[in-house]
Design a protein around this ligand. Structure first.
Ligand SMILES: NC(=O)c1ccc[n+]([C@@H]2O[C@H](COP(=O)([O-])OP(=O)(O)OC[C@H]3O[C@@H](n4cnc5c(N)ncnc54)[C@H](OP(=O)(O)O)[C@@H]3O)[C@@H](O)[C@H]2O)c1
Length: 395
């Protein structure tokens, strides 16, 4: 049995990973699970999969988890660790061949880095990790020989399109975007959209943070940076196209004018299974894509004026160094504030742009430098948001 460890097992990607594992009985064992505060779901996962090591956000969650496991009669109890160190223990647990990176945000940075240093295959959904420290991650993977396989559906599609192609024959990567819930909305409507409206994604069911990122198109911006690190392409070689049907998960253009696209159903289990079984392909348990029910496939250019986050992400990629870490941290803080109804949706790109303007980028030479830029941006944006609350107005 191939042993796996999941960072973020209680989230949307984490739960889907366990559904894939359960679809192949006897093939995968669960060595370790890392989660935050959703200990009810975690206790159930532990009961079913009996990992040796688990981690939760803090001591209070650890205590609740112990009680839930005793009530369930789980014995012996797994080792329970907490915080980022706990996630790193999950990522480096003895015997795991594959680590699934599915926590949300820059929190995934250290545990993912540790797994790559150890030469483990990392099936990465947690795009923020590559946005913040792509150079350090890819360098660690190169040094140890670790495989870094994308779970993000667009990058997973690109990985499939690029199989067997030569880098020098690639002209560009084309990331598809659904356009999110506000594709046809006016600038004013986007500015004042509520969290409930922004959380209604038209084609994918995902965690709250990535769903808001999809509403502002920051998700696509983060994906451009992610694609840069995964496939060694410059900003000029990565384009975005809005494709409302979300059937074409992404495509490549080759120098001879050929386009190669990957199509599939909108279910993340597809990409997760690919990353778990690669290079083999296995029969999927998912209903197949029914071409006959597709009425049309549409493609539009992204509206970068209505969605300024796209331009901010390209700017961060072109500048490089610590600016992508600042972009990401500013976005994480702004999205959380939007979900708490402290700021408007339109404030998100304004705050990110202001944080990028206020930061002097330096080379992202090691994790300490990157983490310092991340902390600086979190503090800076939090201060701006508190300032807005104090004067009773918004950005
Ligand atoms: N969902 C998708 O379809 C999708 C597609 C492509 C890429 N991604 C990427 O995959 C990542 C995960 O997305 P998601 O939608 O699965 O997010 P999600 O549903 O919000 O799940 C996030 C996971 O992170 C854990 N977590 C949060 N705070 C934590 C903390 N302080 N300590 C430890 N664990 C913590 C959560 O644990 P608790 O719930 O226990 O607190 C949960 O397991 C993101 O980077 C996203 O951009 C997701």
């Amino acid at each position: 049995m191939k042993q796996i460890a999941i960072l973020g097992s209680t989230g949307s990607i984490g739960c889907n990973t366990l559904r894939v594992v359960e679809a192949f009985p006897g093939e995968f064992g669960v060595a370790a699970l890392g989660a935050g505060a959703n200990v009810e779901v975690l206790a159930e996962q532990i009961d079913r999969h009996r990992p040796r090591v688990v981690s939760v956000a803090d001591e209070a969650s650890a205590e609740k988890l112990r009680q839930l496991l005793r009530v369930r009669g789980v014995a012996p109890l797994p080792r329970i660790s907490v915080g980022v160190d706990g996630l790193s223990e999950v990522a480096t647990v003895d015997g795991a061949e594959i680590v699934i990176g599915a926590v949300v945000g820059a929190l995934g940075l250290l545990p993912t880095y540790r797994a790559l240093e150890m030469g483990r295959r990392v099936a990465l959904a947690n795009k923020e990790t590559l946005v913040v420290a792509g150079e350090l991650m890819t360098r660690a993977a190169e040094k140890s020989g670790a495989e870094l396989l994308p779970v993000d559906s667009e990058h997973n599609a690109l990985h499939q399109c690029l199989r067997g192609e030569q880098r020098q024959e690639l002209k560009r990567l084309i990331l598809t975007a659904s356009g999110g819930p506000f594709r046809l909305a006016s600038k004013d409507d986007i500015e004042n959209a509520t969290p409930a409206q922004a959380l209604k994604h038209p084609t994918w069911r995902m965690g709250a943070k990535i769903t808001i990122d999809s509403a502002t198109l920051m998700n696509k911006g983060l994906e451009v940076i992610e694609a840069h690190w995964l496939f060694n392409c410059s900003a000029d070689e990565i384009d975005i196209v809005v494709h409302p049907q979300s059937v074409v998960h992404s495509m490549i253009e080759l120098i001879d004018g050929s386009f190669i696209a990957q199509l599939g159903v909108t279910d993340m289990r597809h990409a997760i299974q690919y990353a778990l079984t690669y290079p083999a392909r296995r029969v999927s348990q998912l209903p197949p894509l029914d071409l006959m029910t597709l009425s049309k496939l549409e493609f539009f250019p992204p509206d970068t004026e209505k969605f300024p986050c796209v331009g901010l992400a390209y700017r961060a990629l072109r500048t490089g160094g610590t600016l992508p870490a600042v972009l990401n941290a500013a976005n994480e803080v702004a999205v959380a504030a939007f979900l708490e109804e402290k700021i408007r949706l339109g404030d998100i790109p304004r705050l990110i742009g202001a944080a990028c303007d206020a930061h002097t980028a330096e080379p992202a030479s090691n994790l300490d430098v990157v983490l310092a830029a991340d902390r600086w941006a979190r503090d800076w944006v939090t201060q701006q948001i508190n300032g807005l609350a104090a004067v009773g107005s918004r950005a």
